[in-house]
Every structure is written in structure tokens, then in C-alpha cells.
Write a protein that binds this ligand. Sequence first.
Ligand SMILES: *[C@@H]1O[C@H](CO)[C@@H](O)[C@H](O)[C@H]1NC(C)=O
Ligand SMILES: *[C@@H]1O[C@H](CO)[C@@H](O)[C@H](O)[C@H]1NC(C)=O
Ligand SMILES: *[C@@H]1O[C@H](CO)[C@@H](O)[C@H](O)[C@H]1NC(C)=O
Length: 820
Amino acid sequence: TPPSLLLSLTLPFLNFFSPLSTTLPSLCRYPLGMSGGQIQDEDISASSQWSESTAARYGRLDFEEGDGAWCPETVEPDSLKEFLQIDLRSLHFITLVGTQGRHAGGIGNEFAQMYKIKYSRDGSRWISWRNRQGKQVIEGNRNAYDIVLKDLEPPIIARFVRFMPVSDHSMNVCMRVELYGCEWLDGLVSYNAPVGEQMSLEGESVHLNDSVYDGAVIFSMTEGLGQLTDGMCGLDDFTQSHVYNVWPGYDYVGWTNESFSSGYVEIMFEFDRARNFTTMKVHCNNMFTRHVKAFRQVMCYFRSEADWEAKPLSFSPSPDDVNPSARFVTVSLANHMASAIKCQFYFADTWMMFSEITFQSGDHVPWSLSWDDPTHKVDDSNTRILIGCLVAIIFILVAIIVIILWRQVWQKMLEKVGELVYSRACTHTHTHTHTCSFDRVTPRSGVSPHSSVLDSRLRLTNAAVAATASKAPAATVGQDGVPHYAEADIVNLQGVTGGNTYAVPALTMDLLSGKDVAVEEFPRKLLTFKEKLGEGQFGEVHLCEAEGMQEFMNKDFPFDITENQPELVAVKMLRADANKNARNDFLKEIKIMSRLKDPNIIRLLAVCICSDPLCMITEYMENGDLNQFLCRHEPEGQLALISNAPTVSYSNLCYMATQIASGMRYLSSLNFVHRDLATRNCLVGKNYTIKIADFGMSRNLYSGDYYRIQGRAVLPIRWMSWESILLGKFTTASDVWAFGVTLWETLTFCKEQPYSQLTDEQVIENTGEFFRDQKRQIYLPQPALCPDPVYKIMLSCWRRNTKERPSFQEIYRALLESQA
Ligand SMILES: *[C@@H]1O[C@H](CO)[C@@H](O)[C@H](O)[C@H]1NC(C)=O
Ligand SMILES: *[C@@H]1O[C@H](CO)[C@@H](O)[C@H](O)[C@H]1NC(C)=O
Ligand SMILES: *[C@@H]1O[C@H](CO)[C@@H](O)[C@H](O)[C@H]1NC(C)=O
């Protein structure tokens, strides 16, 4: 896997100019074995699993085993109940995490948009990770296949790590993850120290607290690790920081001699086991002009078993009043065996400030320390540093050139791959480019050149992953930034109102657009506004009267109009300020609509595209939509007689349903997928004639029928098949499902919403039951009016297996037969 490969290539020279710390976060970025398999299945566990095939062990980044990822039971909003836990068996320094959703060769479409991380060193005390600004939530994936890497700033030192998907509504989430870092050779489990203090400097406060300490902080800090082990060394000027947007003094933990009458600060270090210590390195500030100096003396006590050794080890570095640079002071620990060390650091001046403390023990001599510490011998090594710097600069230049060349070559290759993969899908407006997200949790200034080498390398690999993964269904992104579920070779049309119109296979689309638009321009002034039918982000739908529409009609159009009477039409209007994409879509929708010719599909009558705003004039039917129509009516019978309400006979209901089936039969013959079939989208004309339209989503009246997924599509979940909700698959078979629901609505006279007793979340949960198919799914009940054979048709529309659902042709026939 990429980071480690590159590391091994670049380590020798990187090492040369960055001997600052044992564990440089920028170098310690090896994948820890989720994708590589070094982490065993039994070390991966989870709070729950959706099914056996989505168990914790399938949560490995870039793996496609099982059903393609770990998926817990439904993730509830604000509950952090679900987690995927990894036991690394020993302490690790973790600098980077990677996440990915469930792709499963194109049928998966679940991913965690947000997650949190918890970690533990001992398996009992769990700590919530926060970034340097205190934020816990990490932004996760935006699609099911791209790997998203996040730097952990600050890094984590832990043995156990939990990924906890977060959601603001209940939903299905799947994750694949990887941890990057290296083994924590220091073995340090915690340090206990007095709380860092506040210095006032020229009227400004310098906060020298340990802001990322993960233990308890009351009068002193206990049981935690923090800034002294975060791999980040402070700058010479302690008021400045590497870290963006933090307070002065951020990198240091500091104390003043005013608070320590004993003259020293005691810090106790506890380790995972007894170790044979060689050295301790303390990174100290030495800005003596501000009364800050490295310690004058240190006394260390060792505890190997239960007792502290009586005799301390003492060390006094030579005082330095010349060089104000921050430096590592190396203290020899003379091969003492210990599992705990207690050191008393004596003040040399009013202030003492540390930013990093590292330990070296036994056979573990970390590679980064096998080099001499130039900062330690500042006085006599200026020439060496100069030469070192020159060599380093040469290396950097060479590296940069190599990277630039490399990137160019890679990019060319990737473009080629991309072109191949997208050549089919990319000819239309809503193409989706797979961008790799390599978002830093916090921007890091003072980035050393090697980390950018890594970054670009990671970026490339991810792009490659994305490019090869792109046989995938691509979630297309609408102009509103809201992705709509769509399949790769489907052109997703975004109607004026922001709702989906029809999803058209790209192929069909090409055939259609070969010819000219077969509708005529209509003089705008002949339209009289009557009523607003709906409104959306990109425009409005008006009910208008059109004068002399007959003349604009095609001869093949059987239009039952009374001469010289204005015709009722629906006018879809694009806002004049709509963006170019919306305009293109609008024109495309016109093209498609103009080709749809069926007695049960709303016809496009004319257009106004010579001037703004662009308009599309379609039929409107005098009785409005089927939902409202049926609501106003009652079934024939005693009740209707008493209430004197208008009625619709069962045979007329059936007649209407049959027409819907017939219209859908026509659409499906063209491979058009409607995606929003419902009674609200069927219009009723004279004598119970029905035409299928598509303005449902734009009307406030029906907003309750749609479920807005945060930052995602607005979805009519109560009409959607399980695979549309869970996998984002919209096909004719899912239209068939929606037809079943539409039929149910019709036979219940639209008196209630489908599954009215369930909340939106429960509807989604029920969808999960359809997927699991353990006979726990709830079906819509048989309406009172509905004979058994017709209910059988409904049930067949809701079969789990899409192939077992009937075609519209079959439904149409069955409905005809049921009336015979
Ligand atoms: C450290 O000090 C800063 C600045 O006052 C404060 O915002 C932060 O919460 C403190 N952190 C801790 C862990 O006390
Ligand atoms: C610690 O390591 C040194 C050098 O490897 C060895 O000489 C010494 O005996 C070790 N000490 C203990 C107590 O094992
Ligand atoms: C703190 O250190 C300064 C500088 O060495 C010294 O002048 C001062 O007396 C010390 N204060 C205390 C309380 O020890």
C-alpha cells in the first residue's frame, strides 16, 4: 500500500533534516493492516451488524468480501451506539484514518457522511478524539467508493480505536476503514504533571496549558497523554505556533517558579511494561529574553516493580544563555529498568516550557534517533548544519522535480483511464468527476516537503482507486448541490422545480436528441395566468389559460376541445436567472417530453424558448390530480348516500388504475424510469381519463410525501422500492413497486398516506426488513374495496426480487382481466 512504499524510498534523506522527534507524524503513516490483513478478523469487532454478511470483519478498507463493508443496524440520530472497533494489540501512534462506504461492485450505496473516533489504551477508559479546535465530528464519505483520508490532528496514541458513524436522522450506514501510523515505541501510557500555567506578556495572555491532554485535568493532569507526546515540537518563539488559528503558547506546556516553592516541576511517566531505558529527550524552549530557559537540573526516580528506587539519577545540562533556540535536551537514563519514571525538573529561570518528551529504551532504537541530534550541539556544529541544509535543499529540489514529472505522467494515465470509463456516461451534463478528497482536519502550516510528497502520492492512489471503481453507479450532483441517486448511464433530468422528471438511459437519449424538437413556439402573450401550481428552486409551474392553442397542436394529437374556448394548460417556467446547467436541462427535458406520445402521458403542447423565461406548455386536466380528486370523492355505498358526497364506482377506479398501468407500459417500453409515480402525479380529465405527469414534488401540498435526507435528495420514500432507498437503484422494477403503492392509494381513495402509522424513520427501517426478508416487513394492508386478485397484483409489485415483479404489460393485462 502506497504510504509505506514511499516512506521506505524517502526515509534516509528525510531523516537527515528532520531529527526533531521520535515519532514525526508526517512520517509515521503506515497502513496498520485493515486492508493489508495484518489485523486479524478476531481483532475487529462491532456494536452490531446488520446481517452476517456485513459483520465487523468486512469493514476493511478496499476489501470487497462479504456484502462489501461493515454495516451496523440502523444508525439513530444523536446516539453513538454503533461502532466498529479495532484492537491493534499494542500501542500505536495513529496519524491518519481512511474511510470508505459499501460499494459491493455497484449495488452498495451506503456510507458514513460523518463519524467520530474513540480510543483507548487499556480497553477500559475510552476517550473521544477531538481536533485541535475541539471538534469531535469528522467529515466522512460522500459516495460509496472513494477513500477519504483524514489527518488526525492531534494524533492518537492507543491500542483500541472505535469508528462511530454519526447521523442526524436514522439511516443505514456502512463503513470500511483503515488506520495509518506506526508502533508507539516509547511505550509511554500516561504522564501526570501539574497543569500548565498562563503567562501575561505585554498585556496579552500566553496560555501554556496542555490543550490536547486526554486524561483528567483537575489540580493536576493525570492518566493521560497530550501535547508532550503529540509529535509536534514548539517553535523558538513560544508565542508562535505551527498550528493554524490557535492561541499564543499553544505548542508548549509551561510553568513559573512562582507556583513551585520546591523549585522544581515533577512529572511522572508510566509505561506499558518494564523497559530498559537509554535516554529521555525533552524539547525545551530557551527564549531567555523572556525569562524562559531549559531546566537547570533533572532528578529522575525509577520504579520497576512496586517500589521506587531510593537513589535518583541526576543530570545537569550546561546552561545556555547564548542560543535562544528551542532544543531537545538529551538525558541519559543509564539503562535503568523501569515501568514508571518520576522526574523533577528544576527551574533555571522564571519559566520552564516543554513541548515534547520522548523516551528511548532497550533494543528499540527508533530510526529517527539513530542520527545525531544537531540541535543539541548547536555551538560547534554550525558548519555541519550548513552543509546538511545545502544537501537537504538539493534533495528537496530533486524530489520536487521528480514529483512534478511523476504527477504529470500519472495524471495523463489517469485521464486516459477516466476517459475510457466515462466515455459513455460523460457526454451529458450531469457527469460526475471522481475527485479524491484528501481533506486535512486542520490546515497545517510549516509543512515539511516530505508530507506533500506523501499527500500527492495518496491523492494519486485514491484517484486511481476512484477511477477503477467507477463502473459504479455515480451519484450525480444536481445544481443545488444535492446529489440525486442515478445510475451511471442514466441521464438525470432535473425539472424546473428541482424535482426529477424522467430518468432516461443515455442511449435512448441520443436517439431522441438526434431529431429536432417537434414542438412549436407559442406566443407568450396568449397565456393568461390563473394559479400557481408549484414552485421550486429553478422555476415555477403555473396553471394558465391558453388562447388558440388548437392551432399549435400537432395533427396527430387527439384533442377533445371545444372550439374557441381557452384551453387550460400547465406552464413550467424556468427562472430567468437560472444557471446554465438548469437551462440545458430544461431544453433537454423539452426534447424528451416532445417525444413522449401516449394517451396516458401528459403531452408537451408548445414551448416559449425564443425569449426568457423559458417555458414549457403541457396539458392540464380539468379535474386536477388524482390524489385531490379521490379525496373529494367517496366509494359508492350507504355512507356516500348519507353524506351526499360525489362518488366514484369501483369499476371507474379500476379503469383509472388500468390507464396508469398503460401509460407506464409505454414509458417502460422506452426504458424511461419515472421515479415518482404516485396519485399526486396523475392528472384526471373528463370521464375519468388519466394522464401521468410529474409535478408532485414541487407542490407544498405534498411536501409531507417526501423525505429530505440531509444534504441529499428529496425522496418519496413511501412509494419507493427497498432497493431505491437502500441502494439508490431506480429501474422500471422500482416504478412497478411505486405503481403498487399508487394502486393502493387509488383503492383507498387517498384517504391516508401509505404506511400512515409509521414515521419516516420507521418506513426506512421497514425497508431494511424488506432487504433482510425475514418475514418481518410490513406490507400495505388490503383496502376494503380491493378484491383478492387485485391485492395479489399489489403484493407482486412489492416482491423483494426485482426480477419476480411483473412488468407493466403484465400488470395492465391482469387489471383488465380482474374487471372482466
Ligand atoms: C487551554 O487554554 C485555552 C485558552 O484559554 C482554552 O481555550 C482551552 O480550553 C484550554 N485547554 C484546556 C485543556 O484547559
Ligand atoms: C539494559 O540494556 C543494556 C544494553 O543492552 C544491558 O547491558 C543491560 O544489562 C540491560 N539491563 C537490564 C537490567 O536488563
Ligand atoms: C524565580 O526565578 C527568578 C529568576 O531566576 C528569580 O529571580 C526568582 O527569585 C524566582 N522566584 C521564586 C519564587 O523562586
